[in-house]
Design a protein around this ligand. Structure first.
Ligand code: ADP
Ligand code: MG
Length: 274
């Protein structure tokens, strides 16, 4: 199973849009995908048509030890399952402060879940785990980073796009060193891309140069690449969440659907980073 956290501590850069539509694209191509919503705002949960208010339990209950993943996992489409979030999850950041090993709860829960599922006669593993992270580098994000092997970083190409990147890269490197030596930044995906503008093209090449200049000094992230697929700004992508539908249900012929299909293809073709 490949496991990928969609991470950027900035809000509004395209994390949730990418987590949901990349998951849906992978599912449509036959991969079995499990999406975990770790953002208390529950945007990914809503985007997939689930109302957090109707769910009896959420990732809050999983991280606080009150429910196993299996209890909150719901099927959101063919080949696609989701573990939903709830605003309660915001409290977990505080409630877990005194808990020993609080950064590796999700990893443990996933291991328990896999062990339980393996015993079922009709067991089929997931091919992809995708985690939608909140816009912070707190305990929820650390749980995501401790539990996955790859990070995808969505960036919005404006002039401050690289601002804050060093903090994020430091966090990835620290987690790789202390909690999860398999963790790698797989790549950067440019979202909300205004094709044809000079700024977008410049930021794209700045990002490529930044990683190319690292000369393997930082094993956790110096091999990161910039995905060739740019996710263009597309109004359909902004409209789809309010219908509780992925872009493939809402507007399958849009540029947004085409871009996420291509990103999924690129990911499927990319060699696993280690
Ligand atoms: P994040 O999860 O990083 O906060 P979102 O994925 O929620 O970011 O995106 C922020 C806003 O921009 C949302 O309203 C979303 O619908 C919109 N959006 C994201 N990607 C695109 C895109 N490529 N084109 C148009 N709107 C987009
Ligand atoms: Mg989000």
């Amino acid at each position: 199973m490949r496991s990928i956290a969609i991470l950027n501590q900035k809000g509004g850069v395209g994390k949730t849009t990418t987590a949901v539509n990349l998951s849906a694209a992978l599912a449509a191509s036959g991969q079995r995908v499990f999406l975990i919503d770790l953002d208390p705002q529950a945007h990914a949960t809503l985007h997939l048509g689930l109302n957090p208010a109707d769910c009896t339990a959420s990732m809050y209950d999983v991280l606080t030890g009150q429910a196993p993943l299996a209890e909150i996992r719901q099927q959101a489409g063919e080949n696609l399952w989701v573990a939903g979030s709830h605003i309660d999850l915001a409290a977990a950041e505080v409630e877990l402060v005194g808990v020993v090993g609080r950064e590796i709860i999700l990893r443990d829960k996933l291991a328990e879940d896999a062990a339980t599922r393996e015993t079922a006669p009709d067991f089929q593993p997931f091919d992809y785990l995708i985690v939608d992270c909140p816009p912070s580098l707190g305990v929820l994000t650390l749980n995501a980073l401790a539990a996955v092997e790859e990070v995808i970083l969505p960036l919005q190409p404006h002039f401050l796009a690289l601002h804050g990147l060093s903090k994020l890269l430091q966090t990835v490197e620290l987690v790789a060193k202390r909690l999860n030596d398999r963790l790698r930044l797989a790549g950067v995906v440019l979202c909300l891309y205004e094709s044809g503008t000079r700024l977008a093209a410049e930021v794209g090449s700045d990002v490529e140069q930044f990683f190319a200049g690292q000369q393997r000094r930082h094993p956790a992230w110096s091999d990161a690449r910039t995905f060739q697929t740019r996710i263009r700004r597309n109004i359909r992508l902004a409209e789809a969440p309010s219908f509780g539908q992925s872009i493939f249900q809402y507007a399958p012929d849009s540029n947004g659907a085409e871009d996420y299909r291509r990103l999924a293809q690129e990911l499927l073709e990319a060699a696993v980073v280690h």
